[in-house]
Design a protein. Structure first.
Length: 533
């Protein structure tokens, strides 16, 4: 995804919000009057967050994404009200009354974006002894539980019961729902911290906690961390520096535009959540996030090597939640490895072919996660034979076909199945990654007591041919699993499938993963043997 980094600032940045003068007449130190919905008859999109979203003072030298955010929406159809406040945590946003002020204005059908965490890791009652930081008492307790800590707050001089981060976010979600509103939980913006060429993907565990909270409550989760980190990774460290102010947390105006566009992309990518007709022309120009709904994983321990999987639904189906009883074998491969030594990251996407995995952008996002020393397992073929925009040309040569993609309406040069595999292999090698090609798992189609390979036979041969040409490992899953199925017999194999002939149950997926693991352990040179149990 390419965001609009250098969008010109204009009066449209404030559309949808009436900004009231910060002080009443005759007052010299009153709290600022918060922005209010511009048109009470329209729905409102509210923002609750910290300085990474808040409108910054003119002299601050930084800006939050909530400031340019309204310009992405049509002010004749929706209000956008930014109530984010710098320096606040989920706890202090509530204890200072900022949340009560926001929720008082929420009406049925309103949207509320909730994003906290950058300040929640601070001290609960004071900075540690010897700290040069200003005295603060804003930290929440870590985690999602019901733990509490009673304190006499050094700043407010009041007794206070401090709760966990999860408790505060759950309260916000429940309060929005009680008003008939629609809460959306956002993960954090990305800090400008890099290590070994990779940008940090989340501060602490707040991203994981946000996801868990949203899932538990059954509300949308917008993974802003992932969207922005992918964008930063493609831009590179030097270009990303230009999006930040003097520190590593707060963006300048260009960075605020990047993050605002990322939030818009995330909203547009949520399925059946946010109406498309509420965006302005500027908002409509932002490409929707294509993968948010898929719940795709990332390396749990980035410092370790990673076994990265790419492929179709037989490797990872849907949201990886067993919908329809269907599971891919990639979900169970981790059962066979030592996760203290290696990550297993299943980035396969159902319905993809070698061609569409590139065209839709899944491969580009995978590359933002790969690093030297990683391994790439690829398995395609089930969808390369489709009669639609996924179809690659048959074969392993350099033949091409010029056409207009029926889905995008844009010209496209279509290559052979083997050509696409070759590109994955060569790009992985260029990154210091070890590629391994797998043939497609077989379908449950029988003939004379044998598993019938059908159209998959050609793709198996082409995959083998490319692996030999490029001198990389090859695992003939089609043959290995077919032989196991034939040993088990048709009746037992029927119970391993959740549909007519393609998608396995969890039991079937575990069997296939076991076969994959055994094959990988026996590969010449033992490139992965040390990581398996």
């Amino acid at each position: 995804m390419k965001f609009l980094h250098s969008l010109a600032r204009s009066l449209s940045l404030c559309l949808g919000v009436v900004i009231v003068a910060p002080f009443a007449i005759g007052q010299t130190a009153a709290a600022p009057v918060e922005p209010q919905p511009r048109d009470a008859k329209l729905p409102t999109l509210w923002i609750a967050g910290d300085s990474t979203a808040a409108k910054a003072p003119a002299t601050a030298g930084h800006q939050g994404w909530g400031e340019p955010f309204p310009s992405y929406f049509d002010p004749a159809k929706i209000n956008v009200v930014n109530r984010a406040r710098g320096g606040r945590s989920s706890r202090t946003f509530i204890t200072e009354g900022l949340w009560d002020d926001l929720i008082a204005g929420v009406k049925a059908g309103n949207f509320v974006l909730i994003q906290f965490g950058h300040n929640d890791s601070g001290a609960t009652n004071a900075e540690p002894p010897g700290s040069t930081k200003p005295l603060r008492a804003r930290g929440s307790l870590p985690g999602l539980g019901e733990e509490t800590e009673e304190i006499d707050n050094v700043l407010t001089k009041k007794h206070e019961v401090v709760h966990t981060f999860g408790w505060y976010i759950r309260k916000m979600i429940a309060d929005v729902r009680a008003k008939g509103g629609k809460p959306i939980v956002l993960s954090l913006t990305v800090r400008n911290y890099w290590k070994d060429g990779k940008v940090e993907r989340g501060s602490g565990e707040y991203r994981q906690w946000d996801h868990a909270l949203a899932d538990a409550a059954g509300v949308p989760f917008l993974d802003l961390t992932r969207i922005v980190a992918d964008e930063y990774q493609e831009l590179g460290e030097e270009k990303v520096k230009a999006l930040f102010s003097a520190d590593h947390v707060h963006t300048n105006e260009a960075g605020a535009e990047t993050n605002a566009a990322a939030v818009v992309a995330g909203l547009k990518g949520l399925r059946n959540v946010f109406p498309k007709d509420l965006f302005s022309a500027k908002g409509l120009a932002v490409e929707p996030d294509q993968i948010g709904w898929l719940n795709l994983p990332e390396p749990a321990k980035p410092a370790l090597p990673t076994i990265m999987l790419i492929g179709d639904s037989t490797v990872r189906n849907g949201r990886d939640d067993g919908a329809g009883g269907q599971w891919g074998w990639g979900d169970s491969l981790a059962d066979h490895v030592d996760l203290s030594k290696v990550n297993v990251v299943n980035r396969a996407v159902g319905g993809t072919s070698t061609r569409s995995f590139v065209a839709v952008g899944y491969w580009r996002r995978v590359k933002t996660l790969l690093k030297p020393g990683d391994f790439l397992l690829m398995q395609f073929g089930h969808n390369d034979d489709k009669k639609d925009d996924r179809a690659s040309l048959k074969g392993a040569g350099d033949e091409t076909k010029e056409l207009v993609n029926p889905k995008t309406g844009k010209p496209e040069t279509v290559h052979t199945y083997g050509w696409y595999l070759r590109q994955y292999i060569r790009e992985a090698k260029a990154m210091g990654v070890t590629p391994i090609v797998c043939s497609s798992v077989p379908r449950k189609i029988w003939k004379d007591g044998k598993v019938e390979p059908g159209a998959l036979a050609g793709y198996t041969n082409w995959a083998h041919e490319i692996a030999e040409q490029e001198k990389v490992g090859f695992v003939d899953l089609n043959a290995l699993i077919s032989r196991r199925y034939e040993t088990l017999g048709q009746a037992k194999v029927d119970a391993l499938f959740a549909d007519e002939h393609t998608h396995t149950t969890l039991t079937g997926a575990k069997l296939n993963a076991e076969i994959v693991a055994e094959a990988l352990k026996q590969m010449p040179g033992d490139p992965l043997h040390a990581y398996f149990r």
